[in-house]
Design a protein around this ligand. Structure first.
Ligand SMILES: NC(=O)C1=CN([C@@H]2O[C@H](COP(=O)(O)OP(=O)(O)OC[C@H]3O[C@@H](n4cnc5c(N)ncnc54)[C@H](O)[C@@H]3O)[C@@H](O)[C@H]2O)C=CC1
Ligand SMILES: O=C(CO)COP(=O)(O)O
Length: 305
């Protein structure tokens, strides 16, 4: 494949890792950070691929800057952020589509703990777009013997899988922090996936997408790894640490903390039952203890699966 010019917007853990993967494949990568010397305008001007890996709070401000900059008419925008916009509850790709007009937008998500990828351990991911040719182009840029990239035609489902599992990862951390055992964890993840599918299909995503790498795959990785920041938040809450203290010590962003409130807002308005997410919300705002959250979930009225 001919070398491609990539602008990686956001030089955090994930942006840097994705930049390295593309550079190892011989592509020309420029990394932009709000703290760096190079301007965003210079970074994106010639780029054939613009890849955003800023955390959710940066998506709207950065996308509105990019909207006002000259970029190539044939540029492809790739979004790798896993979060929800608090103003509108929409996903990052919606904000980016608005900023780049009719250029293709590709969502990249999967079970991708950046520290493992940095060590050269094998991983797989998904690139999804309604423009299948654009997804295939991005697949070619990142694919290697260490990083297997699948295409998908359901960008919303892929994006929601990566985003919603962060809420479940907080719950999974609590489960392990309280030492509730393997049965409890399996029940939590299975019912968590049901919750993700319930709201995701109402959103317009395809159910089968949630059984793929970006849904079940990312749920398994994130909910079972101490490398996950979201898992760490839950684990440490269960060990009686306060949220501000946990976040102050955390390396990078735990998107699930903000995602939970936005998700619950949407679930309330759409009248969708999200019992696990609801307890995570109470836990994060300090109005319930981890043990009381467990009791509330186990004490719910009996129902069919
Ligand atoms: N680290 C990982 O393993 C993975 C992370 N992700 C997702 O990627 C996103 C970024 O994650 P990390 O790189 O780990 O987080 P990070 O905290 O290491 O980096 C976040 C980046 O966003 C930038 N940023 C934040 N607000 C900004 C603003 N207003 N303007 C400009 N830049 C701003 C920060 O400067 C930083 O470079 C998150 O949504 C995360 O869920 C997805 C897959 C894997
Ligand atoms: O999304 C991730 C792995 O796919 C990273 O998880 P955390 O953001 O919880 O660290």
């Amino acid at each position: 494949m001919a070398p491609t010019r990539l602008a990686v917007i956001g030089a955090g853990m994930w942006g840097s890792t994705l930049g390295q993967l593309a550079a190892h494949n011989g592509h020309h990568v420029s990394l932009w950070s709000r703290h760096g010397d190079r301007s965003l305008a210079e970074t994106v001007a010639d780029a054939e691929i613009l890849l955003s890996a800023v955390s959710m709070k940066g998506v709207r401000p950065v996308a509105s800057q990019v909207r006002d900059l000259p970029i190539r008419p044939d540029a492809i925008l790739v979004t790798a952020t896993k979060g929800l916009d608090p103003e509108t509850t929409c996903t990052p790709s919606t904000i980016w589509q608005d900023a780049v007009g009719d250029r293709p937008v590709v969502v990249l998500a999967g079970p991708n703990l950046s520290k493992e990828i940095q060590q050269g351990l094998p991983a797989a991911t998904v690139v999804a777009s309604t423009d299948f040719g654009a997804a295939e182009r991005v697949q070619g840029i990142f694919s290697s013997m260490d990083f297997r990239v699948y295409t998908n035609r359901d960008p919303l489902g892929v994006e929601l899988g990566g985003t919603l599992k962060n809420v479940m990862a907080i719950a999974a951390g609590v489960c392990d922090g309280l030492q509730l055992g393997t049965n409890a964890k399996a029940a939590l993840l299975t019912r968590g996936l049901a919750e993700m599918i319930r709201i995701g299909s109402d959103w317009g995503a395809q159910v089968e997408t949630f059984y793929g790498l970006s849904g079940l795959g990312d749920l398994l990785a994130t909910c079972n790894s101490p490398l996950s920041r979201n898992y760490q938040v839950g684990y440490q809450l269960a060990r009686d640490r306060g949220l501000p203290e946990i976040l102050a010590d955390l390396e990078g962003t735990a998107e699930g903390v903000n995602t939970t409130a936005v998700l619950l807002d949407r679930a309330r308005r759409r009248d969708i039952s999200m019992p696990i997410s609801y307890q995570v919300g109470l836990l994060l705002d300090g109005s319930i203890t981890p043990k009381a959250a467990l009791e509330a979930l186990m004490g719910r009225e009996s129902k069919p699966e």
